[in-house]
Design a protein around this ligand. Structure first.
Ligand code: BES
Ligand code: ZN
Ligand code: ZN
Length: 503
């Protein structure tokens, strides 16, 4: 779908449908909605009086215009209560709207800036949210369907969404907002594509190829470390996970240099398990297929770099993605094995299914070697986070409250909910091992915190945030900008953070 801005009168526009809007409680619409109402001889006002159009959040009343205006259909989108309205509502409303309008005959939607420039919402922010809502809400993963979606006749879907604006002053901010929204949404959809791809179509080497391809198009530096390189660097923890698979592990680095200088202002490190069987500590069969998305962290950091390259913040950012399968092959790691990570710490592996932290351990060590001044790691790390938080928000753990607050601000600016988990030092006891420095599982609950506590052993003094997104990785249904399948959470927050990390 293409989102664009056009100057002019919404009532005069040629499109398959014109979508105007209404706040709850308004009986005499103004602005673009008022203009369409006048062109329709007050039909909208009439329908409001009848109680058929209410302005309730998300309500969409569609009717035909029978030649009264060039567009054959009009829809009135309810914006809800004016005092509760913000850019996040816009994103979700537009996402739900484009899905509802996925009908035969609707290829081109013309709509308003939905409160952009009024209701305390900047025109640019409104346009960004509209664009994100349209592109994220209409996303579908159909690469492996030979027949496109059976549940609607409009296989190709909506092709164009035009934001129509009659105020010349708002055109530039609207254009800028659309461009930003496109960068954010395209990156998120790229992450979704990678993570939704089945594991027999996306091996570590495939993921590395896709990363290299994106980097070359975006003009980013890309390096792929092979297992021999990892061995030389002493990455015994990462290699212990790769041992059970015939597929070679890949360690992906993508770098963006927005300023001169050394090191990186921000390292984004993502778990890239292209399939997690559990290894020797084999998972039960039920729902194991969901583990094809155990590389969402890697997909998210790779995809975030695409938007960072487009938006060009004044910062130096590196993405690191340790990628491997976790398989129970003949050479697989056994419970009880002891391995040595890049920073020299020895790790007793008591459960080979707690592999995410093992690959992230060496990856964050490498981030430090590369001179990272802040580290964010993102991972589908624990089933326990679903017990704690469900699929409404994801967990944040940190060694630096100030830095975590900055990430949380970046997340809430993207309309994503997070929740901080405690990192009390009492929890450190539980990752101590009898035979090595540390072990990869705890034993007295707090499963998600244990994952964070393990990774913390490798970050040193660098301000660090750990995101456990396992609960929100694969979503059961469409809901606003989130669609069924891989959600793509954390991508837009990381882009926001990269823009705010310096200064
Ligand atoms: N990839 C899983 C976590 C996961 C579970 C992600 C459900 C998405 C949905 C991870 O590698 C894992 O298996 N974790 C174990 C850790 C345990 C052995 C300490 C878990 O959560 O059971
Ligand atoms: Zn696992
Ligand atoms: Zn895993």
């Amino acid at each position: 779908m293409e989102v664009r801005v056009q100057a002019g009168d919404i009532a005069a526009i040629q499109a398959d449908i014109v979508v105007v809007n209404l706040f709850e409680g308004i009986t005499a619409p103004g602005g673009g909605t008022g203009a369409v109402d006048s062109a329709l001889n007050g039909r909208i006002t009439e329908l409001i009086a009848l109680g058929d159009i209410t302005g309730k959040k998300g309500a969409l009343s569609t009717f035909h215009t029978f030649g009264a205006i060039p567009a054959p259909r009009v829809a009135v989108l309810g914006l809800g209560k004016r005092e509760e309205f913000d850019s996040h509502k816009v994103r979700d409303l537009v996402a739900d709207m484009v899905r509802k309008l996925r009908k035969p005959g609707i290829k081109h939607i013309a709509t308003l800036a939905h409160g952009g420039g009024i209701a305390g919402l900047e025109a640019a922010a409104a346009a960004q949210s509209i664009t994100e809502g349209a592109l994220l809400g209409s996303y579908r993963f159909e690469q492996f369907k030979t027949r496109k979606n059976d549940d609607d006749d409009n296989a190709s879907g909506i092709e164009t969404l035009t934001i129509v604006e009659d105020d010349q002053v708002k055109l530039n901010p609207l254009e800028a907002g659309v461009a930003r929204g496109k960068a954010f949404a395209d990156a998120t959809n790229f992450a979704r594509d990678l993570a939704n791809t089945p594991a027999n179509h996306l091996y570590p080497s495939t993921l590395a190829d896709r990363a290299r391809e994106m980097a070359s198009i975006a003009g980013l530096e890309c390096e792929i470390l092979e297992e021999a390189d990892m061995l030389r660097k002493g990455m015994g923890s990462l290699l212990s996970v790769a041992a059970g698979s015939d597929q070679p592990a890949k360690l992906i680095r993508i770098s963006y240099h927005g300023t001169e200088g050394d090191g990186y202002d921000l390292a984004l490190v993502g778990k890239g398990i292209t399939f997690d069987t559990g290894g020797t500590s084999l998972k039960p069969a039920a729902n194991m297929h969901a583990m094809k998305a155990d590389m969402t962290g890697a997909a998210s950091v790779i995809a975030a770099m695409q938007a960072i390259a487009a938006l060009k913040p004044r910062a130096r950012v590196v993405a690191i993605a340790p990628c491997t399968e976790n398989m129970p092959g003949a050479h697989a790691t056994r419970p009880g094995d002891v391995v040595t990570a890049m920073n020299g710490k020895t790790v007793e592996i008591l459960n080979t299914d707690a592999e995410g932290r093992l690959v992230l351990a060496d990856a964050v060590c490498w981030a430090n070697e590369l001179g990272a001044r802040h580290i964010v790691d993102v991972a589908t790390l624990t089933g326990a986070v679903t017990q704690a938080l469900g699929d409404v928000c994801y967990a944040v753990m940190t060694n630096d409250d100030g830095f975590a607050s900055r990430f949380e601000a970046a997340a809430s600016a993207a309309g994503e909910k997070t929740w901080r988990l405690p990192m009390f030092e009492e929890y450190d006891e539980q990752v101590k091992s009898d035979v090595a420095d540390i072990k990869n599982i705890g034993s007295r609950g707090a499963g998600t915190i244990m994952g964070g506590k393990f990774i913390e052993q490798f970050v040193g003094d660098t301000p660090w945030v750990h995101l456990d997104i396992a609960g929100m990785d694969t979503m059961p249904a469409d809901n606003g900008w989130i669609v069924k399948g891989v959600s793509g959470v954390s991508v837009r927050p990381m882009i926001n953070l990269a823009e705010s990390i310096v200064g």
